[in-house]
Design a protein around this ligand. Structure first.
Ligand code: GLU
Length: 290
């Protein structure tokens, strides 16, 4: 049997903090324990917010923690062609449509709907897509595309779900309500998610699924904040005919006041802690892996 394959997949849009250290060390430790492989993937599809200096800092911080990863590192910005191929496959199934509303327009539509009744939110708390672009007449759609208007490509969630039926995943960690074992996926809770944009042939969801398959990832170990995203990932895997890894979502490290850590909170930044003389062993202890 081939060894299990783990990955740590940060976005270089800021400096790493204790939460990243926990996730990376947990992945690395589980890989070692299982005689598996450990890969680093740089999730930099957002080319405006991701910066080479943040990527360099990721390497530096992980090496300082004593983590060893395989090279070459997969950098998502270098693989847009792979994501485009997956996107075309979904489009070929008739599951993708362009939505032309700007963020402001979308917000206005939601506000309008909310005058009648509360508008449904996705698991992250964002309102579901309230627009009607899916029903746009083909001529009107063609006219807008030709006009050079900006758009997002959305997944026709109802049609996608109807195609694959009920899905589930194996959870080795714990969900927000203690879910574990076989968890029923509920992609419909996300509405018509964005899977690409006019200028970028992918989204986080699409790239992560394509890459996990291409890199042969068998164990996805990541933060609890991504637990319900797994529903969308399972749906895309099923639509694209990709294998499914097992998942282990871990708790998030919080600051002294119980808040989720952010990349800009210096008190828990790995480079600040290093500069203050904290050792990797102390970091390990602080995140509960000591
Ligand atoms: N790039 C994502 C993040 O930094 C993690 C993606 C994943 O582990 O699936 O939050």
């Amino acid at each position: 049997m081939s060894p299990p394959v783990f990955r740590f997949a940060p976005s270089p849009n800021g400096y790493l903090h204790l939460g990243h250290a926990f996730s990376a060390m947990l992945n690395d430790g589980l890989a070692r324990e299982a005689g598996g492989r450990f890969l680093l993937r740089i999730e930099d599809i957002d080319t405006t917010r991701c910066k080479p200096e943040f990527e360099a800092a990721i390497d530096e911080d992980l090496a300082w923690l004593g983590i060893i990863w395989e090279t070459p590192v997969r950098r998502q910005s270098e693989h847009f062609a792979c994501y485009r191929a997956a996107l075309e496959k979904l489009a070929g199934l008739g599951l993708v449509y362009p939505a032309f509303e700007s963020r402001a327009e979308t917000a206005r539509l939601v506000a309008e709907r909310e005058q009648e009744a509360p508008w449904p939110r996705d698991p992250d708390g964002a309102p579901l897509y309230p627009g009607t672009a899916r029903a746009l007449a083909p001529e009107e759609q063609a006219r807008r595309l030709q006009s050079g208007a900006s758009y997002a490509l959305r997944l026709d969630m109802a049609a996608a779900c109807a195609r694959v039926g009920q899905l589930s995943w194996i959870e080795r960690g714990k969900g927000p309500e203690g879910e574990s074992g076989s968890v029923a996926a509920n992609p419909a809770a996300w509405g018509d998610v964005i899977i690409a944009r006019k200028e970028t042939p992918t989204s986080y969801h699409l790239a992560v699924v394509v890459d996990d398959a291409l890199q042969g990832i068998t164990e996805v170990v990541r933060g609890l904040d991504l637990f319900w995203s797994t529903s969308v990932h399972r749906l895309l895997q099923a639509l694209l005919g990709l294998p499914q890894p097992v998942y282990r979502h871990h708790g998030l490290i919080r600051d002294a006041s119980g808040q989720k850590l952010s990349k800009s909170t210096e008190a828990t930044g790995l480079r600040e802690l290093r500069a203050a003389g904290v050792t990797p062993a102390e970091i390990r202890h602080r995140v509960g892996l000591g």
